[in-house]
Design a protein. Structure first.
Lengths: 139, 307
C-alpha cells in the first residue's frame, strides 16, 4: 500500500495498533478539509504493529490527548517535505473534556455545565481519576 | 480554587491535624476562652439530604464559639428544587455567610462549591465519597481514648465495601508508624481493591482480612464498627442477608483487651448490642462530643482565628 508523502503537515507515529481511529475521533480529524490518512496495523520494528496518522496541513495538535492515549506516541512536524521537529507528548497532569465520568453518583452526572476533568493520580500505572468523585478513568 | 476549605482529609497534613487536636484539647480544658471567638461569624449549613446529627454537630460547634447559623436541611426547601446549580447556590450563600458546611448526595458537589466561592467550604459528606470531619472525629477520639496514634492494631468490622468512613480512616491512620489493620467483613463487603492497592500495599502497611470477629478481637486496640447501610444496596434480599452479619455483644468482648476502644460513626442499628453501652470500652457516644469539639477547632483554623 502506498500513501503519498507530505510536504507540510504532521505525522503521528507509534500509535498503539487499533487505537488510531479513537485518536482520529478525539482530534476531530474528520472535520478537516485537508488530506488525512489513517494507517492501521503498520509493521513496526519497535512494537510489532502500530497505527499511523498523516495530516496534510500544519494544524494545532492537542498533545495532552496523545499523551493520555499513550506517551510513546511521537509527533513529526513536516516542513518542505522534511521532518522539521519531533515531539514526544508527556502524560498530562489533567485532561479536560476528553473522557466523561461514568459514575452515576458524580456531580457531573446531573450538572451538565461542569467540565469533565480527570487528574493523574498514579504516574507509574497511568491512572487518571475524576476531579470530583475520584472514579478511575477506563481507557 | 480560590480559598481553602476542607473537601478531603488528604488535604490536611499530619502536623495540621495534630495542631487541630491540640486546639480541641484546649477547648475542652478552657471552653470559656473560646465561647466568643466566632462572634459575628455566620455558618451556612447547606444540607441537600437530611443528616440531622451531622448538621447539629456543625451548628452546635459554631454556636459554642459564639457565632450564628443559617441554612437548610433538605433539598426540597432549597433553590435546587427549582433547578439551581450548586455553584450558583454557593455564590449566593457567600453573600450571607463566612463559612459553608455542605452535605450533598452527589459526589464532588462541595468541591464545585469551593471552586466558585471565596469563603471556606467544608464537605459534610458527599454521597459515598468523602466525609472528612467524621474522619477528624475518629482521629481525635483515638487520640483522646488511647493517648497516641502510632503502633495500634485497628480492626474495622462490618460493611467495609461501601463504608466511606472506613476508607477515610484507613487512609488517615496509614500516616502513623507501626499501624496494622484487621478487616472483618463478609466476603461480599470486603475492603475495596483500590484501598488495598493504593493505600495499604503502596505504603507497605500490614493488614489481614477475616470473616470472624471472635478470632481476632483479642488482638485489637481499636474496634471500628460500621453499619450495613440499606441505601447502599440495590437488592433488598442481599441487605437482609448481610445486615446481621456482625453484632457486637458483651460475650464477644470477653476476649478483647481491657483497654481496647470501640468506635462507631453512628447511627447504629443493631450491630452493637445496647448491653455494650455501659462497658468503659464503648467510646461511641464520647465520639459524638469529640466530633463537635474538633469541628470547633476546624472552624477556627479555616477562619484564621486564634485564641
Amino acid at each position: 500500500m502506498i500513501i503519498g508523502s507530505i510536504r507540510d503537515g504532521i505525522v503521528i507515529d507509534h500509535i498503539p495498533a487499533g487505537r488510531g481511529m479513537e485518536l482520529y475521533s478525539y482530534l476531530k480529524l474528520g472535520q478537516l478539509d485537508c488530506e488525512v490518512a489513517l494507517i492501521k496495523n503498520a509493521e513496526s520494528g519497535k512494537c510489532g504493529k502500530k497505527d499511523i496518522i498523516k495530516i496534510g496541513a500544519p494544524i494545532d495538535i492537542n498533545l495532552d490527548i496523545l499523551g493520555y492515549i499513550d506517551p510513546k506516541i511521537t509527533v513529526n512536524l513536516i516542513r518542505d517535505g522534511k521532518r522539521a521537529e519531533k515531539l514526544h507528548p508527556a502524560l498530562p497532569d489533567t485532561i479536560t473534556h476528553l473522557i466523561r465520568c461514568k459514575n452515576p453518583r458524580c456531580i457531573t452526572s446531573c450538572e451538565q455545565e461542569l467540565p469533565h476533568v480527570f487528574r493523574l493520580t498514579d504516574r507509574e500505572h497511568q491512572v487518571y481519576r475524576c476531579l470530583y468523585c475520584d472514579t478511575k478513568a477506563e481507557k | 480554587m480560590k480559598t481553602r476549605g476542607l473537601i478531603d482529609i488528604a488535604e490536611l497534613s499530619t502536623e495540621e491535624i495534630d495542631v487541630m487536636m491540640d486546639v480541641a484539647e484546649d477547648i475542652i480544658a478552657h471552653p470559656q476562652a473560646y465561647s466568643e471567638l466566632c462572634k459575628g461569624k455566620k455558618l451556612a449549613t447547606l444540607f441537600y439530604e437530611p443528616s440531622t446529627r451531622t448538621r447539629l454537630s456543625f451548628e452546635s460547634a459554631m454556636l459554642d464559639l459564639g457565632g450564628s447559623v443559617i441554612g437548610f436541611s433538605e433539598a426540597s426547601s432549597a433553590s435546587v428544587s427549582k433547578g439551581e446549580s450548586v455553584a450558583d447556590t454557593a455564590r449566593v450563600i457567600e453573600c450571607y455567610a463566612d463559612i459553608i458546611a455542605m452535605r450533598h448526595p452527589k459526589e464532588g458537589a462541595p468541591l464545585v462549591a469551593q471552586m466558585n466561592v471565596d469563603i471556606p467550604v467544608i464537605n459534610a459528606g458527599d454521597g459515598g465519597h468523602n466525609h472528612p470531619t467524621q474522619t477528624l472525629t475518629d482521629l481525635f477520639t483515638i487520640k483522646r481514648e488511647i493517648g497516641h496514634m502510632d503502633h495500634l492494631v485497628i480492626g474495622c468490622c462490618g460493611d467495609l465495601k461501601f463504608g466511606r468512613t472506613v476508607h477515610s480512616l484507613v487512609t488517615a491512620m496509614s500516616r502513623y508508624p507501626g499501624v496494622k489493620f484487621i478487616f472483618i467483613s463478609p466476603e461480599e463487603l470486603r475492603i475495596p481493591e483500590h484501598v488495598r492497592s493504593e493505600v495499604l500495599d503502596a505504603k507497605n502497611i500490614p493488614y489481614m482480612e477475616t470473616t470472624s470477629l471472635e478470632d481476632v478481637i483479642g488482638e485489637l486496640d481499636i474496634l471500628y464498627m460500621t453499619r450495613v447501610q440499606k441505601e447502599r444496596f440495590f437488592n433488598e434480599a442481599d441487605y437482609l442477608r448481610l445486615r446481621d452479619s456482625y453484632i457486637l455483644t458483651p460475650e464477644k468482648l470477653i476476649s478483647a483487651k481491657k483497654d481496647m476502644r470501640i468506635l462507631h460513626p453512628l447511627p447504629r442499628v443493631n450491630e452493637i448490642s445496647v448491653a455494650v453501652d455501659s462497658d468503659d470500652r464503648a467510646a461511641y457516644f464520647r465520639q459524638v462530643t469529640n466530633g463537635k469539639i474538633i469541628r470547633m477547632a476546624l472552624f477556627l483554623k479555616l477562619l484564621g482565628i486564634t485564641k
